[in-house]
Design a protein. Sequence first.
Length: 538
Amino acid sequence: MVARLRSELARLPARPCDDDLVHLLLLAGDLECALHDAGSPPAALEAASRLTDLLAQAALARESHCPLDPRQPALTASQTLGQITPSGMVSVSVPEGFAWYALHPLDFADVVGRLELAAPEIFVIGIRTIGTTLSAVVAAELVRMGIRAQRATVRPTGHPYYRSCEFDPRQRQSIARAVSSHSAFLICDEGPGRSGSSFLSVAEALERQGVPRERISILCSHEVDISALCAPDAARRWMRYRSVAIGMTRRLPPDTGDFLGGGDWRGKLLAPGDPWPALWPLAERVQYLSHDRQKLLMFEGHGPWGGPVRSRNQALSDGGFGLPYLGHQLGFGVFSLPPGRLARRDDLSPELLTRMAQYCAWRARHFPADNTSSDGLPDATRANFELEFGSALDDFALAVERPVICDARMAPHYWFNPPGGRWLKLDAAVHGDDHFFPGPCDIAWDLAGTVVEWELSGSAREFLLSAYRRLSGDDASERLASWEFAYALFRLAWSKMAAVSLPEGDERQRLLHDYLRYRRIAEALQPAAATFSAGARL
């Protein structure tokens, strides 16, 4: 991590763009967070915090067209980085908002001016992971406004619905001094998630340290439905504190038009009268149409987390399987969107099955994966089976012969047919290594997804596998049954979990319909999957 930051600081252009400095800021926040979690010495932690602060200042200066040369803080950052001596391995968690949910780090600077904080000094607390960077941005904006600020980061622990927070001795001393000087306290993180317990644990820990409740504010990324929070007594506890939501980012490519996120793309891209597919709105990537409706803009990821997605989107475009890729800006990939329509199950034909086989064979060659040592997917399959059917699934394993970054979205509505052209694959770059299953795994996951989502009969299934075998040299027929079973159980659980998170309405009913369909498929596949000998384990 240190070597990468040093290298990228050295390559910073004389006139850096916004993305250049945000990229460095996110790398610095990642390093600071990792060093805190590793319990590094105070000197290293102080240097890492200064590094993130400097790069937050540089990013804000660049965006606001401040006369300050953005390279100067970056040069100082290089000197600060030299004070961190690498001494071993650290663990790094992905900051989900930056990687998957289109949260721009500078979004948290926007709200500072709206807070009207009547305090001589502000104490900013970031909840690790992502709160490390967010707290640096908030503190930098406060300083830019002429307000004294200091910051710290914490890592609440325990069950996700029952988090607890404890400050270390140095933090307790700093908090005590801030209380005596009548400081206000800001808690920064994305979310809240399903429980809200991370935010609540920090706010309540501050109260235990003598901070008056009215001096505590929560800065979060979206508006909160407090009735849906599942931490104990969450609604009453949350209402005790002031909370301010950042909301949707305004940092978008200049050609951004209609919003297509949260499933809104169905009203724009499906043909009139086509049934809407079920989806979980909160898990959808943020995407937009351009003003002229001829381009699609989809969030790929900020900083280092967008790089692999951009590479895959470019490869899909060059290989003729994806929409033409026009580049990226502010974390969004930009694609040419020709006229055309999304597929339906009744479009199934030998030509389309051959195209699907070509795609799976191409993906197996171009997106190979190395890390397939986790037992998580078979474990999840066994857990889903036991929860759904009430009995244990013994000796279940999954053979891994062609590990890939899979597509994981093979349903009909992810295939697009331009007039007179070949079928193209949509949404093909972002799901194979995100925070949901399956993660990197065998190409059989995409073959199984094709079989299950298109409800292929025996002859159509054999046609697909035969064409894939001819194109790839990989005979997946002997291992596919267990992967189909795992896929059906995963989608069953996904649909059920998504449905219960939504209020009554059409979206919930579509998800419950899918849940029942996947359940029937899993029931039909159970005997073959339960007795299959898988060989190598995932």
